[in-house]
Design a protein around this ligand. Structure first.
Ligand code: KIV
Ligand code: ZN
Length: 509
């Protein structure tokens, strides 16, 4: 059986999804989970894009040892240098360089003729290959490119040293049958196609990402570029879980395998959701809350008689378990440390102490503590960026007989401030008060609350998106009290806005 390489680009294309920005520590944590999941290649970022991206890619390249780490770069020497500088410490570093090949991109974006694009591809791949033998070349907007021109481009790229050739459906335009024909055409007409792995990278603008990827695999592509939950530019990329499980459930049809540890699929998607503060939609295949729920009587009856009547895979096979209580009021530090280790967190003693203290506080307010609660606490306490603005204390008053009011004690660069203000509701009062303290008035582009687990004592996970001077930042936090969670999420977003401004200043220097 042929192996399909799973190339995960959650940290690069996925991070380009609106509101999905991750901080440095969150990126490293997710990369380590992708390693546990068993992806073959992690595209860790676009090192030339910003100082923050460069640092995150370098750290991931050093931390993750069992996956290839790819750095994306345009077909320009300076970009290639920067990518290589970031990834070189990984034992299996991959330079991923790209250039557009469709007439529309060449004419309007690149302002280049075909012969110039061919020369650029050759030069870029040769330059990349002078640094490593692991070079991927992508023809951006390949699906709208002239097929014979693509043949020429890929032949040149392989001759120059590319070992992986990627065929992106950049704008989610191609149809499954057509994509299969394109892949077959390339495999038969590119004279040196046997010297490279052919890869596909599909976007979901028409909702065809999975169908297109699978059609290409059936036609001979051997690498699939995917993201967790399908996050990515515009309508997103193809979802890892859909492609992997389709190939697994229908192995009889595809006759291929992957290295993915299926029982890590749900924990990985759940971690991503926690990091970016966006809940998994309930109707999402494989990982959504309803994906294994049987509502109709006929279905329930069938399930009781034989699960296979309505279940083509089991929830356990993708790592979904019944809600599992992890800690109670009387659980000890050792039990917590073991649970954290089992979940894949390698925290030092001091970090375990911090999580333990936060869990004890939570256990005073919430009867049962689940894995989701524990992960939310770890995210908030350990992986958040160092805070310029930090909440110390909050009190909010609301009700239909009083004017909503908040009093907040917080720290700004370590200096204590206590301020009070009013609002149209308690959340508005809290946000107005914080804005007064920090002297900034970003607009609130999004606000959402999501219960982390079931029960009226569930922790609320709040996501806040702020906009100021053309920049946006998403903040996220959880707490058993949603007003406190909202304040923390607002501060988290403000801290990210500040961090982003600092990064931009660094990039200019
Ligand atoms: O969609 C696309 O074309 C890309 C390339 C950079 C691979 O993301
Ligand atoms: Zn893409």
């Amino acid at each position: 059986m042929d192996k399909i390489y799973i190339f995960d680009t959650t940290l690069r294309d996925g991070e380009q999804s609106p509101g999905a920005t991750m901080n440095h520590n969150e990126k490293i944590r997710l990369a380590r989970q992708l390693e546990t999941l068993g992806v073959d290649i992690i595209e860790a970022g676009f090192p030339a894009a910003s100082q923050g991206d460069f640092k995150a890619v370098s750290a991931i390249a050093k931390t993750v040892q069992h996956c290839q780490i790819a750095g994306l770069c345009r077909a320009l020497p300076a970009d290639i240098d920067r990518a290589w500088e970031a990834i070189q410490h990984n034992p299996q570093a991959r330079i991923h360089t790209f250039l557009a090949t469709s007439d529309i991109h060449m004419k309007y974006k690149l302002r280049k003729e075909r012969h110039q694009v061919l020369e650029m591809v050759e030069a870029a791949v040769k330059y990349a290959a002078s640094k490593t033998s692991n070079v991927e070349f992508s023809a951006e907007d390949a699906s709208r490119s002239d097929w014979d021109f693509l043949v020429q481009v890929f032949e040149r790229a392989i001759k120059a040293g590319a070992t992986t050739i990627n065929v992106p459906d950049t704008v989610g335009y191609i149809q499954p049958q057509e994509f299969a024909e394109l892949i077959q055409y390339l495999l038969t007409h590119v004279t040196n196609s046997h010297k490279a792995v052919f890869s596909v990278h599909c976007h979901n603008d028409l909702g065809l990402g999975t169908a297109n990827t699978l059609a290409a695999i059936k036609a001979g592509a051997r690498q699939a570029e995917v993201t967790l939950s399908g996050i990515g530019e515009r309508a997103g990329n193809v979802a890892l879980e859909e492609v992997v499980m389709a190939m697994d459930v229908r192995q009889d049809f595809y006759q291929v395998t992957t290295n993915i540890k299926k029982d890590q699929i749900y924990p990985s998607a759940r971690l991503l959701s926690l990091i970016i503060g966006q809940p998994i939609p309930p109707y999402k295949s494989i990982i959504g809350a309803n994906a294994f729920a049987h509502e109709s009587g006929i279905h329930q009856d069938g399930m009781l008689k034989n699960r296979q009547t309505y279940e083509i895979m089991t929830p356990e096979s993708v790592g979904r378990q019944e809600e599992d209580m992890v800690l109670g009021k009387h659980s000890g530090r050792a039990a917590l440390a073991k649970r954290l280790k089992d979940l894949g967190y390698s925290l030092d003693e001091e970090q375990i102490d911090i999580v333990f203290a936060a869990m004890k506080k939570l256990a005073d307010r919430k009867k049962e503590i689940f894995i989701e609660d524990l992960e939310a606490v770890v995210m908030d306490e350990i992986f958040r960026i160092p805070d310029k603005f930090r909440l110390e204390y909050l009190s909010a008053i609301s009700g239909n007989m009083s004017i909503p009011n908040a009093v907040i004690k917080m720290y700004v660069d370590g200096e204590e401030r206590t301020v009070s203000d009013f609002g149209t509701g308690p959340i508005d009062a809290v946000f107005n008060t914080i804005a007064k303290v920090v002297g900034r008035h970003p607009s609130l582009a999004r606000y959402s609350v999501n219960a982390i687990t079931g029960g009226t004592d569930a922790q609320g996970e709040v996501t806040v998106k702020l906009q100021e001077n053309g920049k946006t930042a998403v903040g996220r936090a959880s707490d058993a009290d949603i007003i406190v969670a909202s304040a923390k999420a607002y501060l988290n977003a403000l801290n990210r806005l500040v961090k982003r401004e600092e990064d931009m200043v660094c990039a200019k220097l």
